[in-house]
Design a protein around this ligand. Structure first.
Ligand code: WTA
Length: 635
């Protein structure tokens, strides 16, 4: 069904110079490899695994699974019986076997343009080993969880790889999260160590991470130990300190040995937990395992960015999100890539910062989010014209649907019409790209994530779970696993099964709506559940509602999404107060509830859509009129 035919949509074809030495140089090669990956996954993934180091070979098949809850428990296993180590594969293997020790792994670029450094693969390896020894000395053992609350500094990469080296499970918490969010994640993971920094500047704003971390620990009750990292820069922050449990990063690293034997793990041992919003409000600890995640992130990185040895690759995401885990740390390192690691924000100290960095490091592959593109679009083309962007060859986007206008701007103003835009659809749960173009092979349609990656078999279902062929719109699901798919929700396998496999037995349910056009292209249409996507960050309405109702004045809260020019979607909150409280904009006070809030109606009010249909189930339909009349235009 995936034939590219004559189409009404404007198509963008891969440039010839990219095709010349591409890994997948045309659409037929993509199709042939794709068919192989589905017809003979065993051979396909074995070949991928051959590039890596296995202390012990697998005894089981490349993939085993059950996706059908009516048959039994859901499970996915990759390369059962094999023993390996992620850190060994992304560092030692390259330094020892590929002689890449002197190659730059990261160009670190600070929030301030005056702060920067280059880190080679062998330097990275020795820092990681030292950190691994520090963790071991603190009593961290295989299987223990380590929470990491660090900004985008090299220490973040050192710590995560140190965990991977000793078999500890890292749980990174984005350093923009509150103490409540951090506390909740530390408690759920039952971490024994927390690695943080004293503080960080994001743009002009100072964030006192250590203080927030202390607040989080006060709220939690399970910490036995606490390690405080400090970035080697010199922010003059008054750092709260408890010498009973806090230690300075630099002090413990200084004396720590540079040799550390990797812990040989089972292929299905956990690598990390990363929390993602769940539609019930409580975040889900998405668990990824060693071998499958290694195979999948390395392969997607290689093909989707058509990686070559002399590339300089830059992904602007934060490592606190899955995009950073897969495409700043593991995927690029597994390929021996040189990446930019950027601490700052796109508009500091000026709105041309991204373009300045691309020129400075001669970035060839650039990966960012639609929300960043839309933000930078606002400043026009002038900031771009000051910089030489001719090194760019491939552009990528991730995190949310990209509107055609932003796509065109990215393609024309940033890529000068020369660089394919790979619109990569995936999730924390999928571990890596699942729908994506390949830059030298796939004709592009702006706004479409195009076709499935190798090993991925998407289909579209209607409300009754019936598969829709040809042109269709419905629920996006996957019929079988690929190596990098999540294995469970940490300590809650039942929630894993309920969230992703209950609705349509036999399928992994993404939670996204999707349309397949007559040429077989997939178009993500947005979430089908009570989740929303603000600036590429997924959140649940329930989570926000829970936060609002924690305020003593609030009786009830209902939150819906509403389109936003830059952020994609934004929150529109309806709040009702407790009896004795006064509220100047008495918005939702009189809203009577009948069992549940009619979210559909609220959403329509937020979007000012007047045709509301049947309101008979509302206890007091007059309320709707009132809400419309008091509707405010948000920025
Ligand atoms: C959305 C981010 C359209 C989608 C990697 C998905 C996208 C959620 C795209 C996952 C894209 C991500 N086009 N929508 N290219 N990429 N999404 O877990 O709704 O933070 O389910 O992972 O983002 O967000 P998450």
């Amino acid at each position: 069904t995936m034939v590219v035919t004559e189409s009404q949509d404007k198509m963008y074809y891969p440039p010839d110079d990219l095709k010349r030495d591409a890994h997948v140089p045309d659409f037929n090669s993509y199709l042939a490899l794709y068919r192989k990956s589905l017809e003979n996954p065993e051979a396909f993934w074995k070949e991928v695994a051959d590039d890596f180091f296995w202390k012990k070979p697998a005894t089981g098949p490349m993939l085993q699974y059950n996706f059908d809850v009516t048959i039994g428990n859901i499970y996915v296993k990759c390369m059962e019986g094999a023993k390996t180590n992620m850190c060994y594969n992304v560092l030692d293997r390259l330094v020892r076997e590929r002689n890449l020790g002197e190659k730059v792994a990261y160009y670190w670029e600070g929030n301030s343009p005056d702060h920067h450094m280059a880190i080679t693969y062998s330097q990275l390896l020795s820092q990681v080993c030292r950190c691994a020894n520090v963790l071991k000395k603190m009593g961290v053992k295989k299987g223990d969880r380590v929470s990491i609350y660090l900004p985008m500094i090299p220490e973040l990469v050192y710590t995560m790889l140190a965990c991977a080296r000793i078999g500890a499970v890292h749980s990174i918490v984005f350093a923009g999260f509150s103490s409540e969010s951090l506390c909740e994640r530390i408690m759920d993971a039952q971490s024994s160590v927390l690695v943080t920094a004293d503080g960080v500047y994001r743009g002009e704003k100072l964030i006192n991470l250590k203080q927030i971390a202390d607040e989080a620990l006060e709220k939690s009750n399970i910490m036995t130990d606490f390690m405080s990292g400090i970035c080697s820069l010199f922010w003059c922050v008054q750092t709260p300190w408890d010498s009973e449990c806090d230690v300075w990063w630099e002090e413990v690293m200084r004396d720590s040995p540079e040799e550390c034997e990797p812990e040989w793990l089972d292929a299905e041992d956990p690598l990390f937990i990363l929390y993602t919003s769940g539609s019930t409000g409580k975040p889900k600890g998405v668990l990824h395992t060693v071998a499958g995640y290694l195979l999948y992130t390395s392969l997607t990185f290689k093909y989707v960015f058509d990686h070559h040895h002399d590339d300089v690759y830059w992904c602007t995401a934060d490592i606190g999100w899955i995009t950073g885990h897969s495409y700043i740390t593991y995927g690029p390192l597994a390929n021996g890539a040189t990446s930019v690691l950027f601490e700052g924000i796109p508009v500091h100290p000026h709105v041309g910062r991204f373009w300045e960095i691309i020129e400075k490091y001669k970035v060839t592959k650039f990966y960012t989010a639609p929300t960043a593109i839309r933000l930078l679009m606002k400043y026009g083309r002038e900031p771009l014209q000051k910089y030489d962007l001719s090194s760019l060859r491939i552009l990528g986007t991730v995190g949310e649907p990209i509107n055609p206008e932003a796509w065109q701007w990215y393609h024309e103003a940033v890529g000068k019409g020369r660089c394919p835009v790979v619109d990569t659809f995936w999730q924390t749960e999928t571990g890596g790209h699942v729908l994506t173009p390949l830059p030298a092979a796939t004709p592009l349609k702006p706004g479409s994530a195009t076709f499935p990656f190798f090993g991925v078999e998407p289909t579209i279902l209607n409300e009754h779970g019936e598969e829709l062929e040809g042109e269709a719109e419905g629920y996006l699901v996957f019929r079988r696993p690929w190596p990098g798919i999540m294995r469970t929700v940490y300590r809650n396998h039942e929630r894993f099964e309920n969230s992703y496999f209950k609705k349509f037995p036999g399928f992994y349910v993404t939670g996204d709506g999707c349309r397949r056009d007559k040429d077989g292209y997939y178009w993500i249409t947005g979430r089908t559940d009570d989740m929303l996507n603000v600036s590429g960050h997924l959140m649940s309405t329930a989570e926000v509602e829970a936060a609002l109702t924690e305020h003593p004045a609030v009786a009830e809260a209902a939150v819906v999404s509403r389109p936003h020019k830059v952020k994609g979607e934004c929150l529109y909150c309806f709040v009702s107060l407790k009896d004795s409280r006064e509220f100047t904009h008495t918005l939702v006070e009189e809203l009577k509830r009948l069992g549940k809030i009619m979210r559909r109606i609220l959403r329509q009010i937020a979007r000012n859509e007047k045709d509301l249909g049947d309101l008979s189930t509302l206890a007091d339909p007059k309320v709707v009129e009132e809400l419309f009349s008091q509707r405010c235009e948000a920025a």
